[in-house]
Design a protein around this ligand. Structure first.
Ligand SMILES: NC(=O)c1ccc[n+]([C@@H]2O[C@H](COP(=O)([O-])OP(=O)(O)OC[C@H]3O[C@@H](n4cnc5c(N)ncnc54)[C@H](OP(=O)(O)O)[C@@H]3O)[C@@H](O)[C@H]2O)c1
Length: 303
């Protein structure tokens, strides 16, 4: 009934956990079924009865995309078009994940959150390729749910929380950007929202925004990670780290980032009757799960 594309990625992993837990019938694919190759997609999907596709795959290397422009577009635009065309042909409803990077985020802190139909204006290649993917979906298929999210953190993948925990272990001073604001998103919470669309058998198609509630900067986020991780014993008692705020201009990256790209969740909360947790509550949950996982590993118990 459900085809999850990109199950080996950070978000895909958690979506699969939910599909399994809820006893739903599903198929999975990742890089072995290249979404950039329509024939490969068709070969995998043609004999299966599919009602929903959840696309968690994508080209996600934001800085690398500045050089690998063709590859970013091959996957995020052409690949997404292939999925949308296949969905249209087989009357499948598509849930696709997009990003806050479709906006320029050149607003000041405290500005109004972006609504779904606000003007897009990506400022890096990754954002442009993701926006192109959204446009391909809209052209090819009516039955689409495009969910824009931001600052994703999941237990199975590289993300800011893991980077910080590693740096807290390796260094005594950690410098973190203080002038970029957004809303972190726990992949388990987004996966829950995706599942809700399917379980409600929703036909309220369109673009949606989903992140955790609340706004923070990378600097504030890192300080909260430090405090909570310390409390849980994920950082050694005698290890003290001095976290220092720096400006974006002092941390140059290949791709420019939006400065303030907070997304309004009013539409998804209303349409799906969803309650969304604050980012620090979800962070606590993430770190508790990480602790549990590490303890299981240490004691040799398999979860
Ligand atoms: N991470 C964030 O902070 C963030 C923020 C906003 C939006 N998003 C969006 O959310 C979605 C999920 O993100 P994520 O962080 O979970 O991504 P991820 O961990 O990079 O997972 C993406 C998966 O897609 C696979 N893939 C790459 N090219 C493919 C292809 N041609 N055909 C089939 N599969 C392919 C990747 O394989 P390889 O790893 O082997 O390449 C990976 O397993 C993406 O659409 C992303 O753009 C992410």
């Amino acid at each position: 009934m459900i085809w999850l594309i990109g199950n080996k990625g950070m978000l895909g992993n958690d979506v699969e956990k939910f599909l399994k837990e809820r006893g739903l019938t599903y198929w999975v694919s990742d890089k072995e079924v290249d979404i950039g190759d329509y024939k490969a997609l068709e070969k995998f999907g043609k004999d299966k009865k599919i009602k929903w596709i959840i696309n968690c795959s994508g080209y996600t290397k934001v800085d690398k995309a500045e050089e690998e422009i063709d590859e970013a577009f091959r996957i995020n635009k052409n690949g997404v078009r292939n999925i949308a065309l296949f969905s249209a042909k087989k009357q499948i409803r598509l849930i696709h994940i997009s990003t806050d990077y479709v906006f320029d985020g050149q607003q000041e802190r405290g500005a109004v959150a972006y609504k779904e139909d606000d003007k897009t204006n990506p400022i890096n290649i990754y954002g442009k390729s993701k926006l192109a993917g959204e446009e391909e979906i809209k052209k090819a298929l009516k039955e689409n749910f495009i969910i824009r999210t931001a600052w994703l953190c999941g237990l199975q993948g590289n993300n800011f929380i893991y980077t910080m925990l590693r740096l807290f272990k390796e260094r005594d001073v950690v410098k973190v950007v203080e002038d970029q604001w957004g809303s972190p998103t726990y992949t388990m919470d987004l996966a829950g929202a995706i599942l809700k669309i399917i379980e409600d058998d929703s036909v309220s198609c369109g673009v949606y925004h989903f992140t955790n509630e609340g706004v923070t900067s990378w600097y504030e986020f890192s300080r909260t990670i430090y405090k909570k991780a310390k409390k849980l014993g994920l950082i050694e008692d005698n290890k003290k780290v001095d976290i220092q705020p720096i400006k974006t201009k002092d941390y140059p990256t290949a791709a420019r980032r939006p400065r303030y790209s907070v997304l309004s969740k009013e539409k998804i909360k209303r349409e799906l009757d969803l309650k969304i947790r604050n980012w620090d509550e979800s962070l606590k949950d993430f770190l508790n799960s990480l602790k549990e996982e590490r303890e299981c590993l240490e004691s040799g118990v398999k979860k």
